[in-house]
Design a protein around this ligand. Structure first.
Ligand code: ATP
Ligand code: MG
Length: 496
C-alpha cells in the first residue's frame, strides 16, 4: 500500500486553544478517507496544515513519501494537494471561469483569453458532472453552485490529493449524490480524497476508511464497511447519540407570520401562514426562491406586490430593524456574511442586536459584566467550544460559529424564528441539542419557519411542510402525510 499522506504527532496551538494535540493520520493512495469528529475537534486545522496554511508546532507531514519541509500553499500544491475549504474562498465579483483559472489564466497575446477559459471550465465541468455556467458571476450564484466552482478550481490545478472540508454541508441531497459520484470518478482516475463531513450516511456511502478526531487527537481509525453509523457516532462523541427527535403534537395558535400574495425579485407570489406554536418546514431544491423568501422575511429584500405581516403589522416594505423590533429571530443562510461579526469577540456577538437592552447598558456605556455573564451562560447552555467568550468569533470552528448564532437568536425569545439550515456544519451531538432547542421554542409558543436542504431535518421537526418550486409554493403536506418521496416529487415540479 502506497501512502499518499502520512501525518505523525501533529500539534498546533492557538493563543487560547490547542487545536491539534498529537494527531496521526495515514491515507493510502487512491482511497477515499473520511475524517470525522465533533465541532472543534481539529479537523479543519489538520487539513490546513496539510495544505500549508499553518505550520505545525510539532510533528511531521509526508506526502507521497516525501517529508514537507516548508509549509505554504505553494509547496502543498506543488506536492499535489488541492483543498476545498469549509468557507468559500472565491472572488465574488469575478465569473466562474475567471475564478477557476485565477492565477493561471490562459492568454491571447497580452490579454486574458476569456473564451478559452470558459471552454476549459465547460469541458472540465462536463467531464466530472459538475454543471455550472462558466460566464455567471460568482456572487449571483447560490451557495450550492459556488461549491462546485471551488471543486472545479482545485481540479483545474491538477491536484492528485483532493481535500474537501465539509463539501456537502451546503448541498441538496441530489447534489450530494452527484458529488459522491464525482468523488468516485476522481478515485477511478487515481486521485486520493480526504473528505471531512458530519453526515455519517455520507461517510458510509463514500469512504473506504475513516479517522476519528476527538478534542485534538486521533481517537481511532476504521475500515468504513466494518462500522455502523451508530458506532461512528459513539467513537466521535464518546456516548450513544439519539438520532431521532422527541416531540409532542403541535397545538398551533393564531397566525404570527402571514404572507399574502408576496412577490419580490426571484420569488412569488406566495401565500402561507405560520402560527404560534408550530414549525413550518420549507423544502425545495436550492435556488427555487427560498433564499429570496428568507430575505423578504427579514427586511433584506423589498416586496413588489402582496404583503408579509408579523404580529398583524405589514413589514414587507420595511428594513431589518423593523422586523427585529417586531420579534423576529433569524438563523441566517450564510453565517459568514450575515451571522456573526468575525472580528468581534464571542461575547460581543452573543448580545448583538440586544446590546441596547436596558440590562446591557449602564449610564450610556456597555455593561461589560452583564454582557459577560449572559455570554458565558449562553456558551455553556449551547456548548460552544472553546468555552471562552473573549476570543474572536471568526476563530471559532465552523460548527461552533453556528452554535453561537443559534444561542444568540434563541436568547432573544423571538415571536417568529426563521431558521435557515440551522444545523449546517454542526456535529451530530450538537444537532440533537439544536433540534431540541427549536422544538422547545415551538412549545414556548414561537412560530418557527424552518428552511432546510436536509429532508430528514424537515421530516424530524416540521408540523407542516411547504415545498417550493420555481419561486412558488408547489404544495403543502401535513407532517403525518409527508414522506421523503412525496416531498421529492413536489421538489421536482410534480404533483402531490
Ligand atoms: N485561527 C484560529 N485562531 C484561534 N483559534 C483557532 C483558529 N482556528 C481554529 N481555532 C480553534 O481550534 C480548534 C479546532 O478548530 P477546527 O476548525 O480545526 O475544528 P473542526 O474540527 O474543523 O470543527 P468544525 O466541525 O466545527 O468545523 C477550535 O477550538 C477553534 O476555536
Ligand atoms: Mg472545520
Amino acid at each position: 500500500m502506497n501512502l499518499a499522506i502520512e501525518m505523525t504527532g501533529i500539534e498546533k496551538r492557538f493563543p487560547r486553544v490547542v487545536a491539534n494535540a498529537g494527531v496521526n493520520l495515514t491515507v493510502a493512495e487512491g482511497e477515499i478517507h473520511a475524517i470525522v469528529g465533533e465541532n472543534g475537534a481539529g479537523k479543519s486545522t489538520l487539513m490546513k496544515i496539510l495544505y500549508g496554511l499553518y505550520a505545525p508546532d510539532a510533528g511531521t507531514v509526508k506526502v507521497f513519501g516525501k517529508e514537507m519541509t516548508r509549509f505554504s500553499p505553494a509547496a502543498s500544491i506543488a506536492a499535489g494537494i488541492g483543498m476545498v475549504h469549509q468557507h468559500f474562498m472565491l472572488v465574488p465579483t469575478l465569473t466562474v471561469a475567471e475564478n477557476v483559472v485565477l492565477g493561471m489564466e490562459p492568454r491571447l497575446g497580452p490579454w486574458f483569453d476569456a473564451v478559452q477559459a470558459e471552454r476549459e471550465v465547460a469541458e472540465l465541468s462536463t467531464r466530472l458532472g459538475l454543471a455550472v455556467d462558466p460566464r455567471a458571476r460568482v456572487e449571483t450564484l447560490p451557495v450550492g453552485i459556488q461549491q462546485r466552482v471551488e471543486i472545479l478550481k482545485v481540479l483545474a490545478r491538477g491536484a492528485r490529493i483532493l481535500v474537501l472540508d465539509e463539501p456537502t454541508a451546503v448541498l441538496t441531497p441530489a447534489e450530494t449524490e452527484e458529488l459522491i459520484a464525482t468523488l468516485g470518478k476522481m478515485k477511478a482516475e487515481g486521485r486520493t480524497i480526504v473528505l471531512i463531513t458530519h453526515k455519517l450516511k455520507e461517510v458510509k456511502a463514500a469512504s473506504d476508511r475513516l479517522t476519528v478526531l476527538r478534542r485534538g487527537a486521533t481517537a481511532g481509525t476504521a475500515v468504513t464497511a466494518d462500522v455502523t453509523e451508530e458506532k461512528i457516532a459513539e467513537m466521535m462523541v464518546g456516548r450513544a447519540v439519539a438520532m431521532r427527535v422527541e416531540k409532542k403534537t403541535s397545538r398551533p395558535g393564531d397566525p404570527v407570520l402571514s404572507v399574502k400574495g408576496l412577490q419580490a425579485a426571484g420569488v412569488g407570489p406566495v401565500t402561507f401562514d405560520v402560527r404560534a406554536g408550530e414549525i413550518v418546514g420549507v423544502a425545495g431544491v436550492e435556488g427555487n426562491g427560498q433564499s429570496e423568501l428568507l430575505e423578504c422575511l427579514s427586511g433584506l429584500r423589498a416586496a413588489r406586490a402582496g404583503g408579509a405581516s408579523l404580529g398583524g403589522v405589514d413589514l414587507s416594505r420595511s428594513g431589518p430593524a423593523a422586523w427585529f423590533r417586531a420579534g423576529l429571530g433569524v438563523i441566517p443562510e450564510d453565517r459568514q456574511k450575515r451571522g456573526l461579526v468575525g472580528e468581534f469577540t464571542v461575547a460581543e456577538n452573543l448580545v448583538l442586536g440586544r446590546h441596547r437592552e436596558a440590562r446591557f447598558v449602564r449610564r450610556g456605556f456597555v455593561a461589560a459584566g452583564e454582557r459577560e455573564a449572559e455570554a458565558a451562560a449562553l456558551v455553556r447552555r449551547h456548548d460552544v467550544r472553546p468555552a471562552e467568550t473573549g476570543v474572536e468569533a471568526g476563530s471559532l470552528s465552523g460548527g461552533n460559529q453556528q452554535k453561537a448564532i443559534v444561542a444568540r437568536e434563541l436568547a432573544r425569545k423571538p415571536r417568529l424564528l426563521v431558521a435557515a439550515h440551522p444545523t449546517r456544519g454542526v456535529d451530530i451531538g450538537a444537532i440533537e441539542a439544536i433540534h431540541k432547542a427549536i422544538v422547545s421554542e415551538r412549545d414556548r409558543g414561537a412560530a418557527v419557519l424552518l428552511v432546510s436542504s436536509e429532508l430528514s431535518e424537515i421530516l424530524a421537526l416540521a408540523d407542516r411542510v411547504l415545498v417550493m418550486f420555481r419561486g412558488q409554493v408547489a404544495g403543502e403536506l401535513k407532517a403525518a402525510d409527508a414522506t421523503e418521496k412525496k416531498i421529492g416529487v413536489l421538489m421536482a415540479g410534480g404533483k402531490a
